[in-house]
Design a protein around this ligand. Structure first.
Ligand code: COI
Length: 365
């Protein structure tokens, strides 16, 4: 399918951020976005990259009432000679298809999806920042647009992609975060939607996050819904612990998000010689390991947060420092290795990065 491109007039284009150290996360968006419509019986149609604008939705658009909304997150990186890379986009495309299936939404055509990603990033390439640790965040999203109030899966959808320059996800950058272990609230339960990227998972996490933030913590560390015993994931990311000489992360058993960065960390850590275990890990095991000195490090992984060290846990009115509250050596190594692969600065033994533009003089959009 052809993607129509309608460019914004030059005089209507926004000024690009002057100070890349102040980008933050998810606050700035570019001049264009991609969108495509779906209607039952007609399929996906009218693919277009057009000037960025508010969406027009009927007040009864079903996403606004019954929450059929799924999304993805990936990034584009600028190499040192101006090359542009995507990191494992096929994984996001696959995961979005799984999210769509679970939410009774139509799968996005894989070829159109990849083509739209490449075309939009290339068109907006001047927006990809240059500073260390910066990139262009890409947010593919699908919403139900059929105007109807009966509870059923919608017959009309909109899929769109917006992009924007980002820096570190957490305001403090690559430095240790503090996690609040919630025993009162849960993120997901077996048979629910915890293993897909649905907006509902994030909405229902906000209340516990607010409690954590009020108490001075960065995010919530979620436990399993059934026994409140096993660790699931943290805030918007997956979680890893170094106990003794093993790197441990909870298994993909249906309630946690199958993170692309999680998978990259597992493969990369194994490749670099660390023993990696995907197995259930209880909060009690982590607390005991902290008390007996075998808990060496903890870190979170995610597209937005990359690898983010955890320096402290709060559990049952007690604080547990991890690695003296400092970034651990494995978190630092994995953070650097992953970034170097993403920016094309290092050999990519897994074939993860896709070059979508060669280095050299930048083309004008
Ligand atoms: C990501 O890491 O891409 C996420 O989606 C996390 C969050 C910003 C929702």
């Amino acid at each position: 399918m052809e993607i129509k491109i309608k460019k914004a007039p030059l005089k209507k284009r926004k000024a690009k951020p002057a100070d890349e150290s102040q980008l933050g996360f998810g606050k700035i968006f570019t001049d264009h976005f991609f969108n495509i419509k779906y209607k039952e019986g007609r399929g996906w149609h009218d693919a277009i990259i057009e000037p960025y604008r508010p969406l027009q939705l009927d007040p009864t658009a079903m996403c606004l009432h019954y929450g059929q909304e799924i999304f993805e997150g990936l990034k584009a990186y600028r190499g040192k000679n101006g090359e542009i890379y995507l990191f494992r986009p096929a994984e996001n495309i696959k995961r979005m298809a799984a999210s769509a299936e679970r939410m009774c939404m139509p799968p996005m055509d894989e070829e159109i999806f990849l083509n739209a990603l490449k075309k939009l990033v290339i068109l907006e390439q001047d927006w990809i920042p240059r500073g260390a640790g910066t990139s262009m965040y890409i947010r593919p999203t699908m919403i139900a647009t059929e105007p109807a109030l009966g509870v059923h899966s919608a017959s009309e959808y909109l899929f769109f992609i917006v992009v924007g320059p980002v820096g570190a996800y957490y305001p403090q950058g690559f430095s240790p975060t503090k996690m609040y272990v919630s025993e009162e609230y849960v993120r997901a339960t077996r048979g629910g939607t915890g293993n897909i990227k649905a907006a509902i998972n994030y909405a229902s996490s906000l209340y516990a996050s607010r409690i954590a933030t009020k108490m001075g913590y960065t995010q919530v560390l979620w436990l399993d819904a059934l026994e409140k015993k096993y660790i699931e994931e943290v805030g918007t990311s997956n979680i890893f612990f170094v106990i003794g000489d093993e790197l441990i992360t909870p298994p993909l058993a249906g309630t946690i998000l199958p993170g692309v960065t999680r998978d990259s960390v597992i493969k990369l850590a194994g490749y670099l010689g660390t023993k990696v275990m995907e197995r259930p890990i209880s909060i009690q095991e982590v607390i005991s390991a902290s008390e007996n000195g075998s808990l060496k490090e903890a870190f979170a992984s995610g597209t937005a947060a990359i690898v983010s060290p955890v320096g402290q846990l709060y559990f049952r009115n007690k604080e547990y420092l991890i690695n003296g509250g400092q970034t651990g050596p494995l978190a630092e190594k994995l953070y650097n290795e992953i970034l170097q692969i993403q920016y094309g600065l290092k050999e990519d033994p897994f074939g993860w990065r896709i070059k979508i533009r060669d280095g050299g003089k930048a083309k004008k959009g």
